[in-house]
Design a protein around this ligand. Structure first.
Ligand code: HEC
Length: 484
């Protein structure tokens, strides 16, 4: 009894001393998540042994049980004190921490009281008390875990059917929603907030207000953090949020902090563009100027290739015949699977050893469903008759025909490929006559027409295809601007 009172008094004195060393509290508080494992482990062990000792066979362990409970309760109380230190550091909202804090304090004290009354009450009430203690401990621990990892952390990886029952959003399964119609997309809601959600909100939300900043809604973003506004519309250079995400990675103020997934260059450009265009919320892409810097980045967020891709992945097909593949590889054809999940292939003739002929393309018909990328660029033997064969590859998405002998007629043939998204026609003889056919591609996303016969007028016409990225070379684009 004297020992115990001594310990408590010492703890209280230590507490008073720590009070006066602010840094010490900050230092010690960080040990809470570590030390907390001791009382949890010890008290659960004590409880299990307590139950075991009910059996006559294990009566002999009874004398050490109070000691285990004492250790458990002392480490629990130390953890509580450290937990209070940690909470003073800030960064947790009052709502989030309230229950964990008070349940923690209560559990610590309760374990100690249980120790004190241990000898004085009957076994049944004592065991009941102990049961209550471990239940409290489990709930408090769980609440604490939620503060650190977020509410969904524990059950996040349950199978999808089960997560539905618990109404948990399985974050791993939620992909960024791709944008169907770019001009109508909302800049903050569809483009910027998903970036914050994935990289910032885990620390800047209603429960964990690091830097007193919330980044999970417009009000929080506008309100700013402990040092005031974080975004100054129309001026990214004055916006602390932009400054912090662009600091060198090793700078201790860099956001997100070390060890977290940093923002990509693309994400940083998009945030800069969002700040500079000035109207932060409820603004569509069509309302503002799309700068050169963000043009491709925005384009990458749109559907098309991703959806086509997903469709292919979902449509599982068996492995291609290994003999055919081996035979082709021997001739120098580069054949690669495009991903681990799907058997679709990328085929590249850049290292092909023999004279190339249409017979080689006819060979490919044996594995035609597998081919999604085909690179036969630079092969002078390729002409419109070769393209006729290529149109029989139903899943072709990406096609390199640069520096080949194809003509406008080939483009008409290629419109038969339903999934074609990328077409490289660099250095071919196609002309403005091909433009009308190019407009008929349903899924085209990227078109390379440098050094072809297509003129500035042709490009002007093609530019009406707002969904297609066109690479036509500097001079032509300049001509084009002058024409406008
Ligand atoms: C691991 C947790 C964590 C993540 C993730 C995180 N932050 Fe922070 N953030 C902090 C902490 C802690 C502070 C307070 C730093 C300080 O006061 O020295 C802070 C402060 C800030 C501040 C300054 C607020 C003010 O007024 O002082 C901004 C702005 C900020 N963060 C933006 C971001 C952005 C943007 C992201 C995502 C790209 C992000 N943070 C991700 C922990 C985090």
């Amino acid at each position: 009894m004297i020992v115990v009172s001594g310990i408590i008094i010492c703890l209280f004195l230590l507490y008073l001393i720590f009070e006066s060393f602010t840094n010490f509290q900050l230092f010690a508080g960080r040990f809470h998540p570590l030390i907390i494992h001791f009382p949890i482990g010890i008290l659960f062990l004590g409880f299990t042994l307590e139950l075991l000792s009910q059996k006559r066979k294990h009566h002999s362990i009874q004398p050490i049980l109070p000691l285990i409970l004492l250790f458990g309760s002392i480490t629990a109380i130390i953890s509580v004190v450290l937990g209070l230190f940690l909470s003073w550091e800030g960064g947790y909202s009052d709502d989030g921490i309230f229950l964990h804090k008070w349940m923690g304090i209560f559990t610590g004290l309760f374990s100690f009281i249980l120790y004190l009354i241990n000898a004085k009450v009957n076994r049944k009430s004592y065991l009941l008390g102990y049961t209550l203690l471990v239940i409290l401990l489990a709930i408090t621990g769980h609440k604490g875990g939620n503060l650190t990892y977020g509410d969904d952390f524990l059950l996040e990886n349950l199978p999808p059917g089960v997560t539905e029952i618990f109404n948990i959003e399985n974050k791993a399964n939620v992909k960024r929603k791709l944008i169907e119609n770019l001009p109508e997309a909302l800049i903050y809601e569809d483009i910027i907030s998903p970036i914050f959600d994935s990289k910032c909100v885990s620390c800047h939300n209603s429960r964990k207000l690091k830097g007193e900043l919330r980044l999970d809604n417009p009000e929080g973003i506008m309100k700013g953090g402990e040092n005031g506004e974080v975004i100054i519309p129309e001026d990214h250079t004055k916006s602390s949020l932009y400054k912090l995400v662009t600091l060198p990675g090793e700078d201790e103020d860099h956001m997100p902090p070390e060890g977290r997934d940093p923002l990509t260059d693309s994400e940083i450009s998009l945030i800069k563009w969002w700040i500079n265009q000035g109207k932060l919320f409820n603004t569509t892409v069509a309302d503002v100027t799309i700068t050169e810097e963000v043009k491709d980045k925005l384009f990458k967020l749109t559907t098309a290739s991703q959806t086509t891709w997903d469709k292919l992945i979902l449509k599982k097909i068996p492995d291609p015949n290994p003999e055919i593949i081996a035979e082709m590889k021997k001739k120098g054809v580069i054949i690669k699977k495009i991903s681990e999940e799907a058997n679709y292939l990328e085929i590249n003739y850049s290292l092909f050893k023999d004279e190339f002929s249409n017979a080689d393309l006819t060979d490919l018909l044996q594995i035609k469903e597998y081919i999604v990328w085909l690179d036969i660029g630079g092969r002078k033997e390729i002409d419109d008759s070769s393209v006729k064969i290529i149109t029989q590859f139903p899943n072709l998405i990406k096609l390199h025909l640069e520096n080949t002998k194809i003509t406008d007629n080939a483009i008409l043939l290629l419109t038969e490929l339903p999934l074609l998204e990328y077409l490289n026609l660099y250095g071919t003889n196609i002309s403005n006559n091909a433009v009308q056919h190019l407009k008929n591609f349903r899924n085209l996303k990227a078109l390379y027409i440098w050094k072809t016969q297509i003129t500035a007028d042709g490009i002007l016409d093609l530019n009406k295809l707002t969904n297609v990225e066109i690479a036509a070379g500097e001079e032509l684009l300049m001509d084009n601007n002058q024409n406008e």
